[in-house]
Design a binder for this molecule. Structure first.
Ligand code: EPU
Length: 416
């Protein structure tokens, strides 16, 4: 297993280009199951999760031709099962459930179970599908779904789940009649999927709002689409630039979707300016501790909580961080403490008291964003930080070591 070794203390400098969004690419790849034919997807990020998604759809008879665009041929559907081995490594595998029942009228998808950041049930996905006429049974850890043609339904989600909204929206595109999805997730990645579905011929109203109205159509057509760029990757480089007091331009950033994050960095004293697709970070005064509470979009994303905490560990004063989306998303805290951060967690609150300097140490990556926070802290720490279990980073950050090296970071990957 590889590790990442960082010699910290170098202010980052230069330009970094943001890749396509993992959490938009995954549902969009799943959505190709809805329409037989050749789809062309641009800006698909080169990530381990994307390779897993391709393998999963491969089990269903879908073929892929790598390149720009990624060509996805979903003409033949020969399987409808997402096995445990795949779902346990990538929870987003559950996204095949909606498209499969809509097109093949059946699906067998392993229940995801818990993961490093919490229990993460899929009850809302199942409740919505049942309302559309899908018969769901549980068999040996698998959700077995069967349906005749789905019918439209009025569904109010208990909470605006991202992949739940995506699954139900995809299923509803081929249902007979109209589906109203109330309390839908408004995350930009849900919007990106809705746009892709629209290019395929789906009829969706209320895109980007919390009420999606989907008029089912008889069939969808294959489509060409460019995936949005990754707001969390952009935020991660922003944190890396800020913590090293660097001068960095982040290009291809989805700035209009980053308001809550940019606002918090600004409040924390980070000097930044933006255009529609660029963020310019300048070295400025000292970092100030600010409070952050994660929230569904348009609030501050849980996927930026760990990275922001790393930044706050070097701010002047205290910062109270409240995690409201996942119950167990503080796995990075004990590792950041190993680098000298002063953090106390009570329930879902973390109090971070800024310190003067972090010190490099060996640390363990536990999940994708936790790992990113350790990289950010390591870039600022004195001495050497070694991050073990870096496969977590491969799931969600395209060419991380190359991109940071190009900004002048002393970072390398080596066999542990
Ligand atoms: N929830 C339920 N029941 C459900 C579904 C969700 O109780 O049926 C709860 C979850 O347990 C959680 C909350 O609702 O407490 C929100 O979960 P959500 O379903 O929105 O999360 P997700 O769809 O599983 C996506 C992203 C995550 C991101 C969250 C929140 C993808 C593939 N994953 O997960 O991304 O953290 O939304 O924004 O889109 C990451 O990229 O590192 C990552 C974990």
């Amino acid at each position: 297993m590889d590790k990442i070794v960082i010699a910290g203390g170098v202010p980052l400098a230069g330009e970094v280009e943001i890749s396509g969004a993992k959490n938009a690419a995954l549902p969009i790849i799943a959505a190709t199951l809805l329409a037989p034919g050749e789809h062309r997807l641009y800006n698909v990020p080169p990530l381990a999760d994307i390779r897993t998604a391709k393998k999963l759809l491969g089990l269903m008879g879908v073929t892929f031709e790598d390149g720009e665009p990624l060509v996805v041929d979903s003409s033949r559907l020969t399987g409808w099962m997402a096995p445990y081995e795949t779902v346990k490594t990538m929870r987003a595998a559950v996204l095949v459930l909606g498209p499969l029942v809509a097109r093949a009228r059946q699906a067998s998808v392993s229940l995801p179970g818990g993961c490093a950041i919490g229990a993460r049930p899929i009850d809302q996905h199942l409740k919505g599908l049942e309302a559309m006429g899908v018969k769901i049974t549980l068999n040996q850890g698998y959700v077995e779904a069967k349906a005749k043609r789905l019918h439209g339904a009025d569904i109010t989600l208990d909470l605006p789940t991202v992949t739940g909204t995506e699954n139900l929206m995809m299923a509803a595109t081929l249902a007979k009649g109209t589906t109203r999805l109330v309390n839908a997730a408004q995350e930009p990645e849900v919007t990106d999927l809705a746009r892709f579905l629209t290019v395929m011929g789906a009829q969706i109203e209320g895109i980007g709002t919390d009420v999606l109205t989907i008029h089912g159509v008889q069939e969808l057509k294959p489509a060409s689409y460019t995936i949005m760029s990754d707001r969390i990757e952009a935020g991660t480089y922003l944190a890396a630039a800020a913590i090293t007091k660097g001068q960095v331009t982040i290009t291809n950033a989805p700035v209009p979707y980053m308001a809550a994050v940019l606002e918090k960095f600004h409040e924390a004293g980070v000097r930044l300016s933006t255009t529609n697709d660029r963020i310019m970070v300048e070295p400025g005064g000292s970092l100030i501790g600010v409070d952050v509470k994660t929230h569904f979009f348009p609030g501050f994303p849980t996927d930026m909580q760990a990275q922001f905490m790393a930044l706050m560990s070097l701010a002047k004063g205290a910062s109270v961080i409240t995690e409201t989306i996942f119950e167990n998303r503080y796995m990075h805290v004990s590792e950041l403490k190993r680098l000298g951060a002063d953090i106390n967690v009570t329930g879902n609150l973390a109090v971070v008291r800024g310190c003067k300097q972090l010190q490099g140490a060996p640390v363990m990556a536990t999940d994708l964003r936790a790992s990113a926070s350790l990289v950010i802290a390591g870039l600022a720490a004195a001495g050497t930080t070694e991050i073990l279990r870096v496969y977590h980073l491969d799931l969600g950050y395209a060419r991380l070591v190359e991109k940071l090296s190009a900004l002048g970071a002393r970072i390398r990957r080596e066999a542990a």
